[in-house]
Design a protein around this ligand. Sequence first.
Ligand code: ATP
Ligand code: MG
Length: 1108
Amino acid sequence: MEVKTSLLDNMIGVGDMVLLEPLTEDSFIENLRNRFDHNEIYTYIGSVVISMNPYRSLPIFTPEKVEEYRNRNFYELSPHIYALADEAYRSLRDQDKDQCILITGESGAGKTEASKLVMSYVAAVCGKGQEVNKVKEQLLQSNPVLEAFGNAKTVRNDNSSRFGKYMDIEFDFKGDPVGGVISNYLLEKSRVVKQPRGERNFHIFYQLLSGASDDTLRKLKLDRDFSKYNYLSLDSANVNGLDDAANFRTVRNAMQIVGFMEDEVQSVLELVAAVLKLGNIEFKPESRSNGYDESRVKDKNDLKEMCELLGIEQSVLERAFSYRTVEAKLEKVSTTLNVSQAYYARDALAKNLYSRLFSWLVTRINESIKAQSKTRHKVMGVLDIYGFEIFEDNSFEQFIINYCNEKLQQIFIELTLREEQEEYIREDIEWTNIEYFNNAVICDLIENNQNGILAMLDEECLRPGTVTDITFLDKLNTVCAEHQHFESRLSKNSKFLTDHSLPHSCFRIQHYAGKVLYRVEGFMDKNNDLLYRDLSQAMYKANHKLIKQLFPEGNPAKVNLKRPPTAGFQFKHSVGTLMRNLQTKNPNYIRCVKPNDKKAPRIFTDSLVRHQVAYLGLMENVRVRRAGYAYRQAYEPCLERYKMLCKQTWPHWKGPTREGVEVLMADLQVSTEEFAYGNSKIFIRNPRTLFSLEEKRRGCLENLAALIQKIYRGWKCRTHFLLLKRSQVVVAAWYRRYAQQKKYTQIKSATIMVQSYSRGWKARKILRELKHQKRCEEAATTIAAYWHGTQARRELKRLKKEARRRHAVAVIWAYWLGLKVRREYRKFFRANAGRKIYSFIMQRLMQKYFLGLKRDLPSMSPIGGSWPTRPYRFLDTAHTELRSIFHHWRCKKYRSRFTDERKAVFEEKLQASEIFKDKKALYPSSVGQPFRGDYLEISKNPKYQKLSSAMDEKVLLADMVNKINRANGKGTARIFLLTKNNFVLADQKTGQVKASVPLPDLASISVSTQNDGFFALKLKEGSAGATKGDFLLSSEHLIEIITKLRRTGATAVNHNHLDIDISDEFLVQFKQDKVCVKFVQGAPKNGNGASCKRKNNRLLEVSVPSTA
Ligand SMILES: Nc1ncnc2c1ncn2[C@@H]1O[C@H](COP(=O)(O)OP(=O)(O)OP(=O)(O)O)[C@@H](O)[C@H]1O
Ligand SMILES: [Mg+2]
């Protein structure tokens, strides 16, 4: 990267206008344009920085840039606002000089941005630490708060500051910030109630409505819709690139950082809401008996809500909008307000409310950011104030603003000249008087206490009688007529009588920056800034801490009959204070220029810039700066820069630098009028001299460059040659080594080859000998082995033969002995001994078998299945037979233990099995249940005594059954009794006999195949019992009942056949009708058994839950 040592290096155009040659307005503008086109937005006039608004973000405000400009001298680098900030900060820190940075320019020229850049630069370069950072953060965060309440979108700037701001940043002896104080000037409060076309009210109104939560808005009684508020202009409510909602969050956050309490923020928002509500209050006329109209509030809803927000009694405020009390000494006169006066009062209240809130905010911020210690601090002031304004229609505000700029220009001239003069004295240079225009005479025209315009205005405002803007103008026409900077058509100065550019209701002032025509309309009103006392008293009565604080004059205990100071007076006073403050400080100027009025980047409008250059007095500025010596530079950098122009000083000057510069200048034969030697700097009168020095330097630099190039190239070639030479030796050495190595390798490999051949031949010879020797040894071994084998086999054969012979001898001997014994004992054996031995053995075996059976006899249970295994196969049949015999025997044993009753029971069970087994699903569950017969014990139960006595036969079965009702399929509990000849159905409660049917009348019984207890007792047609019809019953003991019925019925009728029909559908005869009973499988169920339902007249359906 190129290293800069001077502003003069690589300049685009001229970096410092003082060096501009020739100096004309055209060349001045052309230089600005040239630099602007190359993104050089900053240009110096000596130590003044001209800043062109780029209207786009340039990469020149990065942390790297901050580092680049840090601790560098002002003229060392390209012009930059950081250079000015650095210079100011260092001279504050190191030389203990209080500084002020005055930023001026027209609206949208970039003053506020410039002030923020200065603050952020200082924040970046000053000390760090927890406390210091907190202070920095608070100082920086005061900006968003003040911008929200004091800035608005205008046609010239989307973020236009509608107030003047001066901020003192205080530093301790180390240069660390410790606090600050902010002063505000002339907030444009008329904007609160009315905004020019295409402009907006202050940002905070839109931010609040867009960014506040629904809950906050509800508490503030506000609606998000801008169109609901008269004070908000709608045509430009939404600004491109401005996110009101996000900004609201930023402001709230900034307020928190600055130190606002939550209730304070809430109070501030309540006041903002109150202003919006106030704007919606409207009035209507009400005729009075005296013929005058009196104003009345039209719709009281907004008034009510506003009063609720601020804790004001509604009637008090309402009255203040209808009446006005004028107090004079001891008298109090109340007059009514007409509608237009009421509107005037409403707007005055809104304006006052807002502007006082703004001033309170400034005071509150100051409280937070003020330095904690009382010791003297170093101060850096930053002034961001409206620049000179010339519109088509200029009113009181422009007059005041231009007055302020006149004052600033005055101290600018004073301070610049003073600085110039001080420098000359410091440097011991002869002071030559500089001709310049002193605008003190214009300031005097405006602020003179006797006959200044502001004094006249105040006088007119206080004068009793009819006073209007015109009477004020008349007064000016009389008093200021002779002033050379005052022009008016009707003034006593007859030379303007025929000037048609001067309307009758206007006066013109020749400001230092140009002539401005002011229309007097509204001057009196705005200067008076009247707020009816009734309104301030109403505000004071509010039950709201902040609002009470804002209207102290409303306190009835402190009624002040004196008129409050006028706006003009207040402004003059605060400007005076500001000027006195600035005069004690070292000034630094930033002059902001707007390149176009389209807010667009890269457009440079000549006429607009020319206009600004004129009224910022920049040409005047350059002229003043050039009046003495145009350029000055400390000896050391000067000698360093130009030493190559003289042989004695090049390349090094050993003596003092001043002497070096003197030698240099003498050698260059620069005319002595063109420069002067100061104590530490050389002063050059004319830019031409400097440029000729620069020209010579450039030429010399070229020669030097050629020389450096020559030496460098020579050095480079020689170095290259030496390198080549050294390389050649190295390469040769390497090559030789390589060749020898290669030769050696070849010889070595040839030797190895020969060696290997000879070794191979020798080895093969030895191998052959060894192989022969080995074969010989192997042959001997084989022969020996064969020989031993033959010998061994022969021996084995002989041994075997001998053994066979010995065995044959033993066998023959045994046979011989046997024969001898048999011959000897034959006579002792009986003829059938063999059979006896056989039968003996068989007996022994049988005996063993039976004893074994006895020992392992299986259990006596008839169902036991075990049986010992058979020991011998020949016993197979006997074993099976014995098993069957044993089983029959143990069954007999078992049966023989039964009594007659038990036998009968088993017979019944057997019969049940014959009837139901594999036919009815209910059967398996009944097998394990014994048939008890009498379940009710009616003979013992006293309840059934009567029934028991009615039975003249033995009861074989007594059980509770359900008699199924044909009509609904429901069951009725009945006692079912079975005797030898009858079966009886009796009432379950009373025991009364309901039906007694002789068993012979029973024709058949029907049951289902399923797991249910339903059964039908069908009677024989024509029998006595049949008149009532068949019985459809259900019982838990169905199996037992039917088995018993069948057994008993069979004996009763003396035939052994009672039909039992097992099927899922059968007919039952109920009196006259036959009804079909049908069994169906229902869903599985727990607990409940089958249920019977009547389906129709002829069908009863029994749903039997499946057992799955
Ligand atoms: N250095 C800069 N870089 C980029 N944009 C800039 C710069 N300075 C100014 N601007 C742009 O110009 C706009 C106007 O600047 P700024 O608000 O500082 O003007 P101002 O002189 O303070 O105007 P007013 O008198 O109305 O307050 C900014 O919102 C920004 O968009
Ligand atoms: Mg601004």
